[in-house]
Every structure is written in structure tokens, then in C-alpha cells.
Design a protein around this ligand. Sequence first.
Ligand code: GKR
Ligand code: MG
Length: 427
Amino acid sequence: MLVSEVRVTPILIADAPLLNRHGVHQPYATRCVVEVVTEAGVVGLGESYGDQEYLAAIRLLAEHLPGHPVTAANRLWDLAAEVLRPDTVDPRLIDEQSAGWLFGRANLSRLHGIVVAAFEVAMLDALGRTVGLPVHALLGGKVRDRVDYAAYLFYRWDEHPTPHAPTDDWGAALDPAGVVRQAERMVGEHGFRSLKLKGGVFPPEEEIAAVEALRDAFPDLPVRLDPNGIWSTETGVRVADKLRGVVEYLEDPCVGTPEMAEVHRRTGVPLATNMCVTTPEDIPEAFAADAVQILLCDHHFWGGLLATQRLAAICGTYGVGLSMHSNTHLGISLAAMTHAAACVRGELHACDTHRPWQTEDVVTRPHRFAGGAVTVLDEPGLGVELDRDALGSLHERWINSDVRGRDDVAAMRVADPEWTMPPAPRW
Ligand code: GKR
Ligand code: MG
């Protein structure tokens, strides 16, 4: 069962003016849809980042995929190592100085994980469709029928400052009352039973007040705060002391394993990360230092669904809890995340998802959250079908636009021409 053809289609999807430590989301976000076609004409789907440097790396591997057995996902790692080297990839993808970026440090290992994941998911989907089994069965079988997700709350503007940008009816959320209103709608519409606030936008006292307001409004729901490493160690300790017993965990209060370890040692508050542990090489130091109590896995950069199972086993051995990180994504990714999470044994904290912020999709039947969870599908493969018309028009939008990647700093500059990338630590 060999791969006969691979299609990689970049798209632009409408996005909301969500704020974070870098700035604000652009009106349109890039993604790419991967289709792996087998000799028998079965098509498997994957979804990944769409920034042009990632796209180039994904396309580079795609060229070598025809002839590769669909059943040999593990061999993708060797292919990636052979094809994606410092002399063949965009230097930004392996820039070790990027530790303060929103999802951790770039390096070659992480790049290999990203590209392998894009194709591994599509190959598992194709294999599942061929043999008539759901992807979770190919991973050893689901241990839960529903995967819980968290309401991912953002400080946000009412609308983008750019003319003709997509709009929505969520309204602004720039203070504790606005954040609580947003949470009420998220919980009301989707039934989420955990709340996560993206922080790093306002001085810590204001974000502490928002978390306390959430706790008062939803006393039964666990709350998390994620400032993406914008605080100093001292600020991290101060916030953790204030929010001890209020937050389920703090996510990336500071950048760096020693800094995270110090915040935990001095406060005892559980810390999660999608920034200081993002590749297997980061694990020994971070776990030895007890810097991380909950690891946010993300199959998009950990190397796919099989790698997620391996990561979960390592975390289990070390007593580190698990949840899932998210970036702006559509339904193919949500399906993959759900299959991966369905197979993780033991406790899984409600996973992050940006999906409620997206108004568009490339699957014919976008997932619904019921009671804050997505049902694990038993249909063959990922259980989603590609909406070719939607894919075509989102690709058309990409062709007609000059947006080729994510730049939240530049998007912020539209509203504030003086804005530059804030230093870390900022507070
Ligand atoms: O979408 O602005 C965003 C988030 O800040 C995202 O880029 C982060 O990677 O959700 C992520 C996180 O948990 O750090
Ligand atoms: Mg995070």
C-alpha cells in the first residue's frame, strides 16, 4: 500500500482579533491541508501550519513521499532527517534564539516533528479508511469515548483595526467583566467545564483580577492562566502566591526551565508548559528539575499521534500530568487531536482548542462540543470528510492575498504604530 501522490494546499482562514503577549491575531491565519493519496486512490487528510517557511519544509518532504508505504509512518523520521537539514530549510525554522516565541524554541528536532506529524496523520487516516478502522484503533484503541476541551478565553478587541477584515459578534473583552461575559457565552454554547485565559496582555494584577472574577463566576470550573512566559521569576512567584488554590495550574509563567523550576519550588503551584518542553531533548532537564507538572502535548509539533502516545507514556513514568496545546486550527486538526487524546491512558486535563473562534472549516461536518467534549468517532480514519469547495475558496483567498505567515506584532502595529515585540520578561 504505497503513497502515489501528495497534495499540500495552503489556505487562509478568518480569525478574530485575539490578543496575546506579542500583539494580536491577524484577520486571516495561514494553515495547510495535506492530502496523501494511495495507489488505490484512498485519500488521507492532515492539517498543519501554513506559514511559508513551514510550507516549504512540508513540500520538500512531500516530494519524497510517493512510493513510501502508507503503513510506515515511523520511517518518516529518517526521511525527515535526510531531507530537512540546516542547508535545506529556512533558518527561522531552526533559530534556537526563539525560546520566547509563543510556542517555544525552534530547532531541527522540532521541525522534523512538525513535518512528520503533517504526513503521519494523513497516512494514518488513509490506512484507517483502507482497512475500515478508526485512527484510534490504529493507535491501540481509545480509552475514553469523549475528549474534554477547555474554553479558551482571550482578551480581545471588538474588531480588527484593518478595513474589510472579518467580523464576529463576540464583542470586546478587555477587563474582568468582559472576560467573564466571554466565558459565559463559551460555556453556554459549548458546555466547557474548564476555563483557560490567555494572559501576558495586561499587567499581572489585572490578569489576576480576571482569573479571580472567573473563579467567582464559575466556582466549580478549574481555571488556568497562560501569559506565555512574559513574567520574570519574581513576578511568576508573586502571581502564583496570589492564585494558589484559585488556578488549576499556571501555564508558562516564565521562559526557561530553571525559572519555571524556581516558581514551582517556591510556591508549590502546578505549572504547565508548551514553551519550555517542546522536543524530547528538553525532557530530561525539565523533569529532573521538577519545572513542569503538566505537559501540554501537541501532535502538530511533537511528531504526530504515535509520538503523542510515547510522550504520554514518558509523562506517566515521571508522574507528569498531560493536557494538550492548541493554535488556530480547523476540523482535521481537531479530529486528530481527539483521536490522540482518546488513546492517552490515565488522567488528561481538558485539552486546549482554538476551534470555537473559527467561523470556517474544511470538513463537511464540523465537530460540535457537547458538555465541553468532542465525541470520539468510530468511523474509518479520522472520521472527517474534506469539503472541497471550502478548501478551494480558502485556497483562492490565499492566492489573492499577500499574507504568508503569522505576525501578531505587525498586526498590532496597525493599531499602534509604535508597537514592537515586547521584551521577555516584560513584567
Ligand atoms: O493563539 O495567541 C494564540 C496563543 O497564544 C497561541 O499562539 C499559543 O501557542 O495557545 C498557545 C499557548 O497555549 O501558548
Ligand atoms: Mg501556552
